[in-house]
Design a protein around this ligand. Structure first.
Ligand code: AMP
Length: 126
């Protein structure tokens, strides 16, 4: 179910629970600012999610409230994960769904990394 990205942060969301270690994930990378893990329902041969460690609902929330160091750390982590996975030469796509029309389902900012095949046009029909 798509979420309302203007709502306050919900500490019980599934990615908050992964960050607290209450739910397992297939971790790809972790540092001070970010955690990366494999998506449970991959939409491409490589489908990794990167999330900030701070409590941010969405890209909107993160870009408005996060400290510069958190933003820099998170952006560098996304780049590092893709580079370390060998995705730069073949290519990859980033996606950060924000709110209902974008079909954001988990109310903790996550950037999808898709790769491993020709990804086709930018958007498909709903
Ligand atoms: P979005 O629609 O952008 O909010 O994407 C949410 C993503 O989270 C989907 O691709 C789900 O497959 C993924 N997801 C949901 N629960 C988990 C989980 N426990 N571990 C890994 N990925 C998950």
């Amino acid at each position: 179910m798509p979420i309302d990205a203007t709502l306050p942060y919900d500490d019980g969301n599934i990615f908050a629970r992964i960050l607290r270690g209450e739910i397992p994930s297939k971790t790809v990378y972790e540092d001070e600012h970010a955690l990366a893990f494999h998506d449970i329902n991959p939409q491409a041969p490589t489908h990794i999610l990167v999330i900030p460690k701070g409590a941010y609902v969405s890209w909107d929330d993160f870009s408005a409230r996060a400290a510069d160091a958190e933003i820099a750390g998170f952006v560098r982590a996304v780049g590092h994960v893709a580079r370390a996975a060998g995705l730069v030469a073949p290519g990859y796509r980033l996606l950060a769904n924000t709110g209902g029309d974008a079909h954001q389902e988990v109310p903790h900012l996550h950037v999808h990394i898709f790769a491993g095949r020709r990804l086709g046009p930018m958007l498909t029909a709903a």
